[in-house]
Each structure stands twice: as structure tokens, then as C-alpha cells.
Design a binder for this molecule. Structure first.
Ligand code: FAD
Length: 370
């Protein structure tokens, strides 16, 4: 522990970003305290979807490479976490099916089959197949030009994954203070009604709550919350089937036999946590693609707000502000797929190492691009 500091690193927020940063810092031998306003996974991370899916294999970029590296290392990461915590994260690399609905889509899908071979380093495939290969799981009418079947995508159970990671952190000596709300950040110090914590590094991983704070520093909009609604359906056992992504809708079989469907994407909304008729439309779309869902029942629903930076990229690393402050937010729709790699990046930055990071992912890039 550094002299004069209560801890090496204090992380604000016990969502998947904050927990992942804490994990990577601990692995480097730093002492870590997490403060969480309410409870572990109380924000966007406590959800029910959990698609870890790649971008299409074309127009390659450092961003896509970062995401690919994350997806290819996720299995080993979660296996390690689950082994230490003794809890299941629900991770499973079961792949994804995308219905092809027109001739142009088929043409693109076939070109991407070749691109995937080289861009995905031979680690995963992207095939065009007959929809009848997944008879009963996908409606032939929903895929008149066949399907894309890729085996890079995985699913995780977001809520369970947060609990597994939190338990592994605590087992390794990380302090997680729930009910501890950060109110102010000063040089190497955060304060709130529960007290003050001094640390060499402060990592703000407070999800959408990062944006008003950044706005107060930058004097302009830094990002927004995009609401999503989703549902968990029971009564159809398809735990080992690939997830489906069609008509803007994910259908994700989970390890316990439940199937999650979602999500809406709403830039304007009233109550961020309630569901409405938009979710019924999502469920109907899902059942049109996956007829087995007609026999299912809604077990529960969930809505929350994704942290979307102004340019929809993660915001990672130091900014011009209180000494020691690093940002870790902006996971938007792919937060779970990249979180462990974002965590490693922040930990390396805190350790003073040079990191490889797409330039758009640096918080300082967002800061400079007003
Ligand atoms: C409906 C929906 C579906 C989604 N589906 C997927 C998907 O399939 N795949 C995927 O990869 N991603 C998905 N996402 C996105 C993913 O959930 C987010 O990218 C990710 O959870 C963001 O994590 P985070 O840690 O940055 O934020 P959060 O999980 O919101 O964590 C921030 C934490 O900070 C705490 N906090 C806030 N202010 C303070 C404060 N002042 N003091 C202390 N603590 C504070 C909050 O209570 C919260 O626990 C989905 C999101 C939604 C809403």
C-alpha cells in the first residue's frame, strides 16, 4: 500500500466495468477498494441478456481487433473467475445464428465468410447455411435466404457474472463497500456521506453517472443513457442452442434453460426501470423468428440504462482533472464482451505501462474532441 493512501486504487461503481478494473488491478498486486452507491450489479450490469458478440468481419479496425481479442480471451477469463468464486457466470460459447432475409444480405454474408477466415485468425467461423439445420429453433419463413452461423459469439448471465466476479474479488482481498455513494472527487481522494477514501488512483466506473460528472468538467455533453427493456422467458428448454440475432432482437438461451429476449433501444424515456408495450413488440418479433417461444411464459422483465458516450466508444484512462483520476465507462451495448480487456487496460495505465488501445477508446480522446 502506498504511504499516505488508504488503498492503491479506489473504484467507484460495482458494475461490470468497475469489477473488471478491480480484478486486473488486484492481479497486479495493487490493493483495491470498490465503493458502490447501492448494491453490486445495481446498474446496467445487473441485467438478463448477456450477448458477447462480434462486429461483422469486414472493414477491419483497431476497435474490431480489440473486441476480437476480448471475445477470444473471455472463456479463459470467466473460467478463472468462476473457479475462484465457486459461482457460475453462465458463460458458454454457443455461437449465434443470424437469419438472412434478402439477396443482398446473402451476397454480403458470403463475402464475410471469406473475410472471417483471415480477420478472425482462424479462431472462429462465419458460415452461410440452410435454416433447416436449426429446424424448430428458427422459422424457415424468417430466413428465406438461409442463415449466418458463427461460433465466436458467447452468452453470459450478466447478473450472475457480476456476483461471481465480486466473490472472486473478495476472496482475493478486495474490499467492496455497498451503500457507499461518492459525492465529490478531489486530488487522490473521494468523499461521500460514508466518509473519505484516499488512493493513488481513482477509477470512475459509475456507468451513466459518469456523464454529468464529465459535463461539469468539460462544460459540454459527454454521453447519455440509452434505455433497454428485456424479458426472461421460461418453459422452452434450449440451453445449448446458439443465440439468435434477427430483426434487431436477441434471443439468448441461458445455462438454466431460460431464454432472454431483448432489447429496446430508447434515447428518450420517462422511467428508466419500467417496461411497457415496446417490450411486447420485442417478444412478438422474437417469437416470429423462433417459434418455440410461442409456448413460453414471461418469468420476469428488466429495464435499465446503458452508458453511451457521445461517440459510442468506451472512455478509458486518465483525463485532465483531479490527480489520479481515470475513467472507465461507455460500454454501451457491448460492455460485457470487452469488460475484462478494458479492466486490463486501465490496470496497465495505472501501473504506468504503455498500452495498446484504439485511439477513440482513450478518455483523453473524448476530452480533446469537443
Ligand atoms: C437492456 C440492456 C441489455 C444489454 N445487453 C447487453 C448484451 O447483451 N451484451 C453486452 O455486452 N452488454 C449489454 N448491455 C450493456 C451492458 O449492460 C453495459 O455496457 C454495462 O453493464 C455497463 O457497465 P458499467 O459498469 O459501465 O455500468 P453500470 O453497470 O451501470 O455500473 C455503474 C455502477 O456505479 C454505481 N454508481 C453510480 N454512481 C455512483 C456513485 N456516485 N457512487 C458509487 N457508486 C455509484 C451504480 O450504482 C452502478 O452499480 C445491455 C444493457 C441493457 C440496459
Amino acid at each position: 500500500m502506498a504511504t499516505g493512501f488508504g488503498t492503491d486504487v479506489v473504484v467507484i461503481g460495482a458494475g461490470i466495468f468497475g469489477l473488471s478494473v478491480a480484478w486486473s488491478c488486484l492481479k497486479r498486486g495493487m490493493s483495491v477498494t470498490i465503493v458502490e452507491k447501492t448494491t453490486i450489479g445495481a446498474g446496467a450490469s445487473g441485467g438478463v441478456m448477456g450477448a458477447l458478440s462480434p462486429n461483422v468481419p469486414e472493414n477491419w479496425s483497431p476497435k474490431k481487433q480489440f473486441q476480437l481479442d476480448a471475445l477470444l480471451t473471455a472463456e479463459a477469463h470467466w473460467a478463472e473467475i468462476d473457479a475462484i468464486s465457486g459461482l457460475p457466470s453462465g458463460y458458454g460459447r454457443l455461437g449465434r445464428i443470424i437469419p438472412i432475409t434478402n439477396a443482398r444480405g446473402l451476397e454480403h454474408a458470403e463475402i464475410r465468410t471469406e473475410d472471417a477466415k483471415s480477420l478472425w485468425d482462424g479462431e472462429a467461423f462465419w458460415h452461410v447455411e440452410e435454416s433447416t439445420k436449426f429446424n424448430g429453433w428458427i422459422a424457415p419463413d424468417a430466413a428465406p435466404f438461409g442463415i449466418i452461423h458463427e461460433n465466436l459469439s458467447a452468452r453470459i448471465n450478466p447478473r450472475l457474472a457480476c456476483l461471481s466476479l465480486a466473490k472472486a474479488l473478495q476472496f482475493k482481498g478486495c474490499e467492496i463497500l455497498e451503500g457507499w455513494e461518492m459525492a465529490t472527487i478531489d486530488h487522490n481522494e473521494i468523499s461521500g456521506p460514508s466518509g473519505t477514501i484516499r488512493a493513488k488512483a481513482i477509477v470512475m466506473a459509475a456507468g451513466v453517472a459518469c456523464f454529468p460528472y464529465l459535463e461539469s468538467l468539460w462544460g459540454r455533453n459527454a454521453g447519455m443513457g440509452v434505455k433497454g427493456q428485456s424479458a426472461v422467458l421460461g418453459g422452452v428448454d434450449a440451453a445449448n442452442a446458439p443465440m439468435i440475432f434477427g430483426d434487431h432482437t436477441y434471443i439468448i438461451p441461458h445455462e438454466n434453460g431460460d431464454i432472454s429476449v431483448g432489447s429496446t433501444s430508447e434515447n428518450t424515456y420517462g422511467d428508466p426501470y419500467s417496461v411497457d408495450e415496446h417490450l411486447n413488440q420485442v417478444i412478438e418479433r422474437a417469437a416470429t423468428i423462433c417459434p418455440a417461444l410461442h409456448a413460453s411464459k414471461v418469468k420476469h422483465t428488466w429495464a435499465n440504462v446503458r452508458p453511451r458516450a457521445r461517440k459510442p466508444d468506451p472512455m478509458l484512462g486518465p483525463i485532465d482533472g483531479p490527480a489520479g483520476l481515470h475513467m472507465a465507462t461507455g460500454g454501451f451495448k457491448i460492455g460485457f464482451g470487452i469488460s475484462h480487456k478494458c479492466g486490463e487496460t486501465i490496470a496497465a495505465m495505472i501501473a504506468g505501462e504503455t498500452v495498446f488501445l484504439p485511439k477513440q477508446f482513450h478518455a483523453s480522446f473524448a476530452e480533446a474532441n469537443k
